[in-house]
Design a protein around this ligand. Structure first.
Ligand code: FE2
Length: 237
């Protein structure tokens, strides 16, 4: 483990969240590698979320679950299952089985994708005495459509119901808004508000000790397509 990772572990322990650019967590060159370009391009191949209780047509996604092990540095896809979130954590869309297309096989094996997950469990290693994590992963694209606001978190201030959650920006395209806020565990106090601007910018949250929310997005140039691409990875034992 590098000293940079050690310092990130300390910050995560004391502050309950990390925020930074790609070099802070994933190493230099992370977002300039061919693997990153292939990973980012796969956001053009997501499917519309049909489970939006607000009737929105602005969210596209894929979903798979993985087992990530720091001992042998393996990232193994688990059998495809629906995403299920209790209504306690998501009153809007929770409480039902939501079936999404699986993350593509080439992306499951993509080295930038696997490195992102492994980097997170490296940060957790000094804090949690386990080498193996179950990780629920979403590829999300939120469109800012003409006449429809794009809501990255339609459920409002919330927690995801896991132990730790990575929000990794892949790309912002022709949008304004989308600022991320980290709240205290009761959701009453804003601990930080940050903008994930460039690919590789991230938030890594202790989901037990924080809540979070992302502001809506709108098009910058109204006649052109606008969207925000995110990788969300939820870590639990
Ligand atoms: Fe969330």
């Amino acid at each position: 483990m590098t000293s940079a990772m050690n310092s990130q572990s300390k910050i995560l322990q004391s502050r309950a969240f990390l925020h930074g650019g790609p070099a802070d967590l994933f190493g230099t060159g992370f977002t300039t590698s061919p693997a990153w370009n292939l990973l980012a391009d796969s956001w053009n191949d997501l499917k519309q979320d049909e489970y939006m209780a607000d009737g929105g047509t602005y969210r596209y996604r894929r979903y798979s679950e993985f087992q990530v092990d720091s001992t042998d540095r393996s990232v193994t896809v688990l059998p495809h299952v629906p995403y299920r979130q209790s209504r306690e954590y998501n009153p809007l869309n929770g409480g039902i089985d939501r079936w999404y297309r699986a993350i593509r096989e080439d992306i499951q094996k993509n080295s930038a994708f696997q490195d992102a997950l492994l980097s997170c469990i490296d940060v957790l290693a000094p804090l949690q005495p386990r080498s193996r994590w179950t990780v629920k992963v979403f590829q999300n694209r939120i469109f800012a459509k003409a006449g429809e606001v794009g809501k990255p978190t339609p459920e409002g201030v919330h927690r995801d119901g896991c132990d730790f959650v990575l929000s990794l920006l892949i790309k912002r395209h022709n949008i304004v808004g989308g600022e991320s806020s980290v709240y205290s565990s009761d959701g009453e106090q804003v601990e930080a508000s940050v903008m994930l601007k460039d690919g590789g910018d991230f938030l890594f949250l202790d989901d037990q000790r924080t809540k979070h929310c992302v502001q809506p997005i709108a098009r910058l140039v109204p006649v052109d397509e606008g969207y925000r691409d995110m990788l969300i990875a939820m870590f639990a034992p």
